[in-house]
Design a protein around this ligand. Structure first.
Ligand code: BGC
Length: 778
């Protein structure tokens, strides 16, 4: 765990330069705009430890799978989010010395991520070996207004010397993914061109043939007067550059502006990429750096308006929650249904930008409440568009008749996870995809989604579960064998309670959804029946039989559901009994020892109780929580948030807060020692859930919003804004009162602690929650 980020409500601040922390900071200070993103690499040369990273959404490489023993059904490749051309490059030479923070003395170093306005800033003073000193100030951002563009400003002041400064501004496409399986480079050059102060570099990915054109335009001024720039004579493959040379004396200032666009064949015809990038470049250059930045601040202000959480009385908690929200908004904007949210977003390579069940299980609630409805709808449509591939995927594994198995990891709908336990067995992901449809409709009321897209997906998923279970004569029940639940510290287990539970839920929901569409849109329904060759009677009866006859492992003695058959055969030890040198298990123990132990990586039974809490009474929730949490090592970043919400539900506010702390500053404090690989983007949505679903106890039930809030002792208050259908509400929880503002044009009735309150349009109500007395103030 680290503790070097300075507390501040709106900014992430690093002061003083420690090269050992650089890779962690490169992740933390990442910038992005939903279409592109990059790590906070330095613009100038850096010969120290760095993970260079600039990523473009949807542009990936199918890296051939590396496994020891090939088995039928293995995915051919693991999709890598591609490290794309690095356009920020500046090589700065002062007489004969290169500016490199690894080799000079650095003072006054400060790096700031301004989350309110959406930019990254860095300043420092560098003393070169010769004793020459310069002061640098750099600012850059990826525009969320022009989402194929970015810009940077880089100022250098000569502090104590006279000499010559050479600046080479470049775009380097000769880069490699550090996680490449065969050390292969993934890009080929299509073309490169440099003229005046503009450079183009078009690269094509091997195998997938995506093309990306990176165009930059550079302007340099010395003491407010233009400095001549010319194409540099070096001609390297996949590399374009410009050169400017100027003499300086002490006190002179050089200011460079570099505008960049990266346009891809995902969005434009290949033969027009250069032309389109040129037009876009013109557009942003005409706006200018400061105007672009002003637009950026205004666009971020609009995002904060609907997604901010304000915490009073705890600056570190405030900073943390904003950081999580900021990074989620940098990763996914919901404009494009082909894109999704990778566990590391655009901040690193491991897990890359591929889609996991994380999206449906964790991210959907965040986007539902903080963004327009289309944003989540697009996340659902992403899976709808991949339904054919999910059916193919299931066929490869021997399933038939339209059964769909969505992949555990994917870029384009094909499975690309290369561990068999996950690919073949972690099939609960299908359940989360169905649950997200249900969650979306429950929240938005957009039941038409079922007829248009949802039902088809639900039927494919139901057909899969139908074929995946089998009848056990011994148990006189349906069983599901050979699965891996959310707890990946168990493989190939039988009757994972969570998977069995979500499977039968899917079957029930598919029938309910079909009935709804049949009643409300009979024409659409008939078309679907034909398209899917749905034999309503036979199929629904067989699904119902499974719903009625499924086996759920449980211990009557302990009064808990069992994670799987035989779970109690394991030696029952608690995490608190483990000496600290054993943790984290995934680094300290052999895999087989982990598999044999009772220790749990992340919420498994408890994940099911989180999804379906209304189906169980509080005592059941409590008994299971008290049994499973002490056996959980929380070695997935997705774990603490679910525990926080359940602890809140059980009225254990202290524990809810402790779990929240574990998720909120996971990356800022490098809690798991892995932030250098990239940020835990999808778990950030879990942090938001811990506050809104945990502390505020928000639920949507029977088309109504419900709250049962509490305030962590160390906070003065917290407040958040949510979109709910046609309403915008701001909810503020203080020690004594709850203040709810209805910012919409219609009255709304909500429940607080199970009591109805109607709030007129544009009105605020105050609820004195200790006594649960209400005052309504117009
Ligand atoms: C977790 C999975 C998750 C994946 C990507 C793994 O460590 O166990 O549940 O989908 O990370 O975040």
């Amino acid at each position: 765990m680290k503790n070097y980020i300075k507390a501040n409500e709106w900014n992430i601040i690093e002061e003083g330069f420690d090269p050992h922390l650089n890779k962690i900071s490169e992740s933390i200070f990442s910038i992005g705009n939903g279409r592109m993103g990059q790590r906070a690499n330095f613009e100038e040369t850096f010969s120290g430890e760095t993970l260079q990273g600039n990523y473009i959404a949807g542009v990936y490489y199918p890296d051939k799978t590396r496994v020891g023993w090939w088995k039928n059904g293995y995915p051919e490749y693991f999709a890598k989010v591609l490290n794309a051309a690095n356009w920020i490059g500046l090589k700065i030479k002062i007489d004969h010395e290169i500016l490199d923070l690894n080799t000079c003395t650095v003072t006054h170093f400060k790096r700031v991520l301004n989350m309110q306005e959406g930019y990254l800033e860095r300043s420092f003073i560098a003393k070169l070996t010769s004793g020459k000193q310069l002061q640098v100030h750099a600012k850059r951002f990826y525009s969320i207004v022009d989402d194929e563009a970015g810009a940077l400003q880089y100022s250098i002041k000569a502090l104590n010397f006279a000499g010559t400064i050479q600046i080479t501004s470049f775009t380097d496409g000769d880069i490699q993914n550090q996680d490449a399986n065969y050390d292969e480079k993934f890009w080929n050059e299509v073309s490169g061109a440099v003229s005046d102060n503009i450079a183009f570099l078009t690269l094509q990915t091997k195998k997938t043939f995506f093309e990306v054109c990176t165009a930059t335009q550079v302007f340099i001024q010395k003491n407010n007067k233009p400095v001549a720039i010319k194409p540099a004579s070096t001609h390297r493959e996949k590399f374009v550059s410009h050169l400017a040379v100027t003499d300086v004396v002490a006190g002179d200032s050089i200011v460079l502006h570099k505008y960049a666009v990266q346009v891809s064949s995902e969005n434009h015809p290949k033969d027009k990429l250069q032309h389109i990038s040129e037009q876009l470049l013109h557009k942003i250059v005409a706006k200018g750096f400061n105007n672009m930045l002003e637009e950026q601040a205004a666009a971020w202000a609009a995002k904060w308006e609907t997604s901010d959480i304000v915490i009073k009385g705890d600056v570190k908690a405030q900073q943390a929650i904003r950081f999580n929200i900021f990074q989620l908004n940098q990763t996914y904007t919901g404009k494009d249904a082909r894109l999704n949210i990778g566990p590391k977003g655009f901040t690193g390579e491991k897990y890359g930008g591929s889609t996991y069940w994380d999206t449906e299980a964790y991210c959907v609630p965040f986007y539902l409440s903080t963004s327009a409805q289309e944003v989540t709808r697009n996340l659902l449509i992403y899976r709808y568009k991949q339904l054919d591939k999910a059916i193919e995927n299931a066929q490869k594994l021997g399933f038939t008749d339209g059964a769909a198995l969505f992949p555990m990891v994917t870029m384009n709908g094909e499975e690309c996870h290369n561990e068999w336990e996950i690919t073949f067995e972690e099939i609960h992901r299908n359940g989360a995809i169905a649950y997200a449809i249900y969650n979306y409709i429950r929240y938005t009321g957009d039941a038409d989604y079922l007829a248009e897209y949802g039902l088809e997906v639900l039927i494919g998923i139901a057909r899969f579960w139908k074929q995946r279970v089998n009848w056990s004569a011994a148990k006189n029940a349906y069983v599901m064998l050979g699965v891996t639940g959310p707890n990946e510290y168990e493989n190939n287990i039988n009757n994972n309670w969570y998977t069995n539970t979500i499977a039968t839920w899917c079957l029930k929901y598919a029938i309910e959804a079909a009935t709804y569409v049949k009643d409300n849109q009979p024409h659409v329904y008939q078309k679907l029946v034909q398209k899917l060759q749905l034999d309503e009677f036979a199929e629904f009866s067989s699904w119902n039989a499974i719903v009625k006859g499924m086996y759920y492992p449980a211990s009557t003695e302990l009064g808990v559901f069992l994670q799987q058959d035989g779970y109690l055969d394991k030696e029952q030890t608690l995490v608190s009994e483990l000496a600290s040198e054993h943790l984290p298990l995934n680094q300290k123990w052999s895999w087989d020892r982990i598999l044999r132990s009772c220790f749990i990586k992340q919420a498994d039974v408890l994940q099911g109780l989180y999804f379906f809490e209304d189906d169980y009474d509080k005592d059941t929730l409590r008994r299971n929580f008290d049994f499973y949490e002490p056996r959980t090592v929380h070695e997935s970043s997705l774990s603490p948030c679910i525990h926080s919400i359940l602890a809140a539900r059980l009225g254990n506010q202290e524990r809810a807060y402790q779990f929240y702390l574990r998720t909120a500053r996971l990356d800022l404090d490098d809690y798991n020692n892995d932030t250098e690989d990239g940020l835990h983007i999808t778990s950030m949505a879990g942090t938001w859930m811990s506050v809104v679903e945990g502390f505020a106890g928000m639920r949507v039930r029977d088309n109504q919003l419900k709250f049962s809030p509490f305030l962590p002792d160390s906070w003065e208050s917290f407040s958040f804004t949510i979109n709910f259908r046609v309403y915008v509400l701001n909810i503020k929880i203080g020690h004594e009162q709850i203040i709810i503002s209805n910012k919409s044009a219609e009255a709304i009735t909500i429940k607080v602690f199970d009591k109805d309150y109607t709030i007129a349009a544009e009105t605020v109500i105050y609820i004195v929650h200790k006594e649960k007395i209400v005052n309504i103030v117009a």
